[in-house]
Write a new protein. Structure first.
Length: 130
């Protein structure tokens, strides 16, 4: 039940008097992720996994930590440097090198199904902040 202007309103009530769509169908579910969102997240994870296989171990580690790919906690260059035993400048250089290794953006979707790492990481970062 929803209290609206002092009157109790059932979520099962139709939105319009002659309508069939209940009020509950218009409310956003913030605690339950949508199926579409979960499918997109899984697709991005799968694409990212395949692209990351082309990197060496140190580059892979740096990108995983930098963008929080395993725990949704992005690290600073300094934090990563401490973990891998490098200066933050060297970490930045290796991060950029790894991002440059990403395959180029395909001209059309049919040309290639391999995603560009920068786009995948950007979408991943946006999705984790949403």
């Amino acid at each position: 039940m929803l209290l609206l202007t002092g009157q109790a309103v059932s979520l099962a009530e139709p939105i319009e008097k002659d309508g069939h769509e209940p009020l509950e169908s218009t409310l956003e579910q913030s605690c339950v992720p949508s199926v579409e969102r979960e499918l997109v997240k899984q697709s991005v994870r799968d694409s990212l996994y395949h692209v990351m296989q082309e990197l060496d171990d140190k580059e892979r580690t740096i990108l995983r930590l930098r963008f929080g790919l395993e725990d949704d906690k992005p690290r600073t260059l300094r934090q990563i440097g401490t973990v891998v035993g490098l200066s933050r400048e060297r970490v930045r250089q290796l991060q950029n090198k790894a991002l440059r290794k990403a395959p180029p953006e395909p001209q059309s979707r049919s040309a290639s199904q391999r995603p560009r790492l920068r786009g995948v990481v950007a979408r991943r970062t946006l999705a984790s902040t949403a």
